[in-house]
Ligand binder design. Structure first.
Ligand code: 13P
Length: 248
């Protein structure tokens, strides 16, 4: 059985004052029936890991190399040292803002796995790609290109985040989510074998809110969520965690 995962991506939001949200969240879920992960900005990883109790802390990006002359960058092993246990990779905002290619995302994911951390690799189509009925082709290409060999259920999570659903309040239909998640599962089984393919957790991300979480969590092959805006406060994220616990 795959343990469900409620993951929050704070993106470029949060200062020291935001740590109180983590304290509150931890107090609400001292022993949750699912994994809980919050990925704050890098500046908060260490204090967050010291205050989050049972909540795991992750990062939102890393460099491909372990160390060296790369001004402004942070390596996976440094994130681990700071208190992170997971790293989000290939988020559409990074693919777009920083021109990240499949090759780069794959190299980053490899460095995360080599550091002993969990790589959360994001895939997702644009609205134009969906309208052109290219969604599965796009997702297939992203999976093939951005996931390194050697992936397992322990070092990889895949997040399906349709770009047009991120921060927009628009959500695919449950059938559309199910179609893509079933497709991702089949592709992982084909490439890594049934045992590994079935053990990798698949998250849905894009406008997940307390009001729609339970419906999304009932979809086949949805093992949790990667939540942006609604992960910023315990008041919004806690009901999403509870909905996932109920689906566990
Ligand atoms: P929202 O939940 O704000 O739509 O963001 C989703 C996301 O991009 C998580 O990585």
């Amino acid at each position: 059985m795959r343990r469900k995962l409620a993951a929050g991506n704070w993106k470029m939001n949060g200062t020291q004052a935001s740590l109180s949200e983590l304290t509150t969240l931890a107090a609400h879920h001292p022993s949750a029936a699912c994994d809980i992960l919050i990925c704050p900005p890098a500046t908060l990883i260490t204090p967050a890991s010291q205050t989050a109790g049972p909540i795991a802390i992750g990062a939102q990006d890393c460099h491909t190399a372990d160390k060296g002359a790369h001004t402004g960058d942070i390596s996976a092993s440094m994130l681990k040292d700071a208190g992170a246990s997971a790293v989000i990779l290939g988020h559409s905002e990074r693919r777009e803002d920083h021109g990240e290619s499949e090759d780069l995302v794959r190299a980053k994911a490899r460095s995360v796995m080599e550091a002993g951390l969990l790589a959360i690799v994001c895939v997702g189509e644009s609205l134009a790609e969906r309208d052109a009925q290219n969604t599965l082709d796009i997702i297939g290409g992203q999976l093939a290109g951005s996931i390194p060999d050697g992936a397992t259920g322990h070092n990889l999570v895949v997040a399906y985040e349709p770009i047009w659903a991120i921060g927009t309040g628009k959500v695919p239909t449950l059938d559309q989510i199910g179609e893509v998640h079933d497709f991702i599962r089949a592709r992982l089984e084909r490439r890594f074998g049934q045992g590994v393919g079935r053990s990798v957790r698949l998250l849905y991300g894009g406008s997940v809110k307390p009001g729609n979480a339970a419906d999304i969590f009932a979809v086949s092959n949805v093992d949790g969520a990667l939540v942006g805006g609604a992960s910023l406060t315990a008041a919004d994220f806690s009901p999403i965690v509870r909905a996932l616990e109920a689906a566990s």
